[in-house]
Design a protein around this ligand. Structure first.
Ligand code: GDP
Ligand code: IMO
Ligand code: MG
Length: 421
């Protein structure tokens, strides 16, 4: 069977650490969407690693890691990442597999991303500028090149044709960028990529399912960045929700069992777009410092705010979340109070649903206030040891969301995680 771990907010919920924690229980760990816009942090023997393209199960021996067809792949990033995991003793040539149907990010996709963001001015999405949106546009526009195309002798002709198309688009943007260095690196990385295990991902994974192997699908970004259900247009360009597992790996829906949704004890967002519970004050800054809330991919300061149950309830519904995992609970350790957003006031009217269009509305969050627990929880190992005030907070979230919080992460370390009773 297939279980899923995905983010329920605007990304960076701690998916990397959680996937790494659960990986020993699975045979295959598979990424189903997104690309190098993702930055998943985990600690390997105390050393910090940030993965952008490779699934977060890579550090576990004898586990298969699959980059699925729903991913967009930057070969340059992949090559660098393979070299860095190899330096920690990972034999990626044996354990990393890539679907032939995975679309490639080209140097001109990155240039187009930059051009598009520049022309948007104040309306910019705050993209990571990794070429994600142009690569997915070429996929749905039926122009893109896929990993399997590398094995075709006409690849270079196809590449030149597409690059020409992109150059015309760039001229329309009046955007000039010398991509010759990128291109050189890109072609070197393609040679590297060709040597990896390139497979028919859909047959590969269904064979594993047939053999009774356990699959863990790893989400990137977060549900509120989903292209259909997120805060459009301030979203990424893929389906980050559980439905994306089916199209992004070639898995039938009835094969999916548990959907583990990851949420922080508060909320963050990086890039532009609506964020009703954002704190543009000292508390927001304090959370940023305490939680070290700076982007894993771009280093940008993350916007911080209180947990938003309107958004979380929506994410639980869209994903069919069966279990919740709360991360970064320790970041709240020193706060006097915590606020929980239960509903939104829109034009004076209270509502508990996510509005169709959030960016043009004035949304005022309605809060319930909780006492802070004022206890250092980073060294605690059992649920029973957690402060009562924290248990109150957790129990309120459990009840309101109607989904149990099964694990609480109390620090970035791989052993800092507590199972709820
Ligand atoms: P992802 O993209 O969802 O994998 O999350 P990121 O890696 O981008 O961001 C999460 C950050 O929080 C990383 O720096 C993690 O090391 C860190 N982290 C994860 N869980 C915890 C936790 O429970 N407590 C603290 N303090 N940090 C955590
Ligand atoms: P992980 O997997 C947080 C955000 C960007 C921007 C918007 C669109 O680490 O949680 P894109 O580059 O996809 O065109 O950017 O989405 N974004 C993320 N925010 N975590 C991520 O990934 C993100 N990937 C993209 O900041 O606002
Ligand atoms: Mg991240």
């Amino acid at each position: 069977m297939v279980d899923v771990i995905l983010g329920l907010q605007w990304g960076d919920e701690g998916k990397g650490k959680i996937v790494d924690f659960f990986a020993p229980q699975y045979d295959v760990i598979a990424r189903f969407q997104g690309g190098p816009n993702a930055g998943h942090t985990l600690y390997v023997a105390g050393k910090k690693m940030v993965l952008h393209q490779i699934p977060s199960g890579i550090f576990h021996e004898n586990k298969i890691n699959l980059i699925g067809n729903g991913v967009v792949l930057d070969a340059v990033t992949l090559k660098k990442e393979c070299e860095s995991v190899a330096s920690l003793g990972v034999d990626y040539k044996k354990t990393l597999f890539i679907s032939k149907r995975t679309h490639l990010i080209l140097p001109t996709h990155r240039a187009l991303d930059k051009a598009s963001e520049t022309t948007k001015g104040n309306e910019k999405i705050g993209s990571t500028l990794k070429g994600i949106s142009p690569a997915y546009m070429d996929k749905t526009g039926r122009n893109g090149l896929r990993v399997g195309d590398l094995l075709d002798k006409n690849f270079i002709t196809q590449y030149i044709r597409l690059r020409l198309k992109h150059q015309k688009l760039l001229e329309n943007f009046s955007f000039a960028e010398d991509i010759s260095d990128w291109e050189e690196e890109f072609f070197a990385a393609l040679e590297f990529l060709k040597e990896l295990q390139i497979v028919n991902g859909e047959y590969f994974i269904n064979d594993k399912i047939q053999q009774g192997k356990k699959i863990l699908a790893e989400g990137a970004q977060g549900s509120m960045l989903d292209v259909d259900f997120g805060t459009f247009p301030f979203v990424t360009s893929s389906n980050t929700i559980s439905a994306g597992v089916c199209t992004g790996l070639g898995i039938a829906p009835q094969k999916i069992k548990e959907v583990l949704g990851v949420t922080k004890a508060y909320c963050t967002r990086v890039g532009s777009g609506p964020f009703p519970t954002e704190l543009n004050d000292e508390t927001g800054e304090r959370i940023r410092q305490l939680g070290n809330e700076f982007g894993s991919t771009t280093g940008r300061p993350r916007r911080c705010g209180w947990i938003d149950l309107v958004a979380l309830q929506f994410a639980c519904m869209i994903n069919g979340v069966t279990q919740l995992i709360m991360t970064k609970a320790d970041v709240m350790d020193s706060l006097e109070i915590l606020q929980v957003c239960n509903s939104y006031k829109v034009n004076g009217e209270e509502q508990s649903q996510i509005p169709f269009q959030m960016s043009r509305l004035n949304i005022e969050p309605v809060y319930k206030t909780f006492d802070g627990w004022k206890t250092d929880i980073t060294g605690l190992k059992t649920f029973a040891d957690l402060p009562e005030k924290m248990k109150n907070y957790i129990s309120y979230l459990d009840k309101t969301l109607g989904v149990p919080i099964k694990y609480i992460s109390n620090g970035p370390g791989s052993d800092q995680i507590i199972m709820a009773l």
